[in-house]
Design a protein around this ligand. Structure first.
Ligand code: SF4
Length: 399
């Protein structure tokens, strides 16, 4: 069976049923309703078990990402009576990755299989949130036991303020973002999506969340005069998106079908560790040329080595990715040996390099993320804007 899906983030779609009932305004222009009403014999409100495709994954030999389900909601109450049959198929298809997207995340826990444990490696569980109306679903999906958790912010038709603690944000492995497509009039309408909403979402999500911007939607395509009618061509997008180096895909699976890495950052979606071979981030393989140090610099560096080691001993967890140990210090305001943070530091001769108040314990991966995403780092308080440090005298001897 060939892989067939036109959806960019999956290989195939599998529908255990066809039909659904709308949950809220996020469902307003539901694709299934549009499609089903478009001259077919199906009644969209009736949830009917599929026949010929119910066992489709068993017939797909090649390991595939399978979107489960595009024409219904896998956790719809009408599927309760045969969902276990679907779980059996998923259990027997370890070679595939099942991407289950639901607008009913509050029902997930009750309807997981008995041997689910902390989740199966071959299942991603996600929910859709297109506006602030769907905020509760963010909290609900965070409560679910799963190895891979995601949110689809599509169609995004209002600002969604993530406003979560970092301990919650880092548990979101993947985020799909997209504007709505459609026409100005008739049944196939669309709601506008704004660039600022997409940018804010990207900024709010943590370094360990892989971002997949699927399309900008019809409104932005028109506004920006894009050739692609639905704004789906990444080459046409504004620089602000491209500069964030968005992953186009999470297409990596290891031997048992587990998604392990995000090819853009090289960070494992499961454990958050960096895989240097996979990372597109240019890491300094070769040491930088060593500057000749003055005696004063050498003295400062010797002091710094001791201060930093003690600091890391007291602060063993990475402030950016708390699941990782801290192995180095990030200096929130730089590492000058002739500049001071304030008068208190200047009176005591504590330059920026030695000022522990500006230290942040970080893992190598966390440090890379701060350097890679300066605006986000500033927003999170990981980096101080040096221009606002009134007492800084000089940056000339930055290390
Ligand atoms: S939950 Fe999904 S399939 Fe069901 S009506 Fe809403 S958008 Fe459509």
């Amino acid at each position: 069976m060939a892989k067939d899906s036109k959806i960019q983030w999956t290989d195939a779609t599998w529908n255990v049923a066809r039909g659904c009932s709308k949950v809220d305004e996020d469902c307003k222009y539901c694709y299934m309703y549009r499609d089903s009403m478009n001259g077919t014999r199906y009644e969209p409100k009736e949830v009917i078990k599929t026949k010929t495709v119910f066992d489709l994954p068993l017939r797909i030999k090649e390991p595939s990402k399978i979107f489960t389900s595009s024409l219904t909601d896998f956790f719809h109450e009408d599927i309760d009576i045969y969902r276990d049959e679907a779980w059996d198929i998923i259990r027997n298809c370890r070679q595939h990755t099942f991407q289950i997207l639901t607008k009913r995340p509050e029902r997930i826990e009750e309807y997981l299989p008995s041997d689910w444990g902390e989740g199966w490696n071959n299942v991603w569980l996600g929910t859709s949130v297109g506006s602030e109306n769907g905020r509760q679903r963010i909290y609900d999906i965070l409560k679910v036991r799963t190895k891979t958790r995601f949110i689809s912010f599509e169609p995004l038709w209002s600002r969604v303020d993530m406003n979560l603690d970092i301990s919650d944000l880092i548990r979101l492995d993947w985020a799909i973002i997209g504007g709505e497509s459609g026409n100005e009039n008739g049944k196939y309408k669309y709601r506008p999506c704004e660039i600022a909403w997409i940018e804010e979402l990207i900024a709010d999500l943590t370094p360990t969340t892989a971002i997949f911007v699927k399309q900008l939607g019809t409104h932005l395509a028109k506004k920006l005069k894009l050739t692609d009618r639905h704004g789906g061509d990444i080459d046409e997008w504004p620089g602000s998106f491209k500069n964030k180096k968005l992953p186009k895909t999470m297409d990596c699976i290891n031997g048992d079908g587990r998604p392990v890495e995000n090819r853009d950052t090289g960070l494992c979606a499961t454990c958050g560790k960096l895989d240097r071979k996979l990372s597109k981030i240019k890491l300094p393989d070769d040491p930088k040329p060593i500057k000749k140090q003055s005696d004063e610099m050498s003295r400062m560096m010797a002091i710094y080595a001791r201060v930093a080691a003690k600091f890391l001993k007291r602060n063993p967890r990475c402030a950016v990715i708390p699941t990782l140990p801290a192995v180095e210090v990030h200096h929130r305001a730089g590492r000058s040996i002739t500049a001071y943070y304030d008068e208190w530091a200047e009176q005591r001769g504590i330059c920026l390099l030695l000022d522990e108040r500006l230290y942040l314990p970080v893992s190598r991966e966390g440090h890379i993320e701060i350097e890679r995403r300066p605006e986000w780092a500033r927003k999170m308080g990981f980096t101080e804007d040096r221009l606002i440090l009134a007492k800084v005298r000089s940056e000339n001897q930055e290390l």
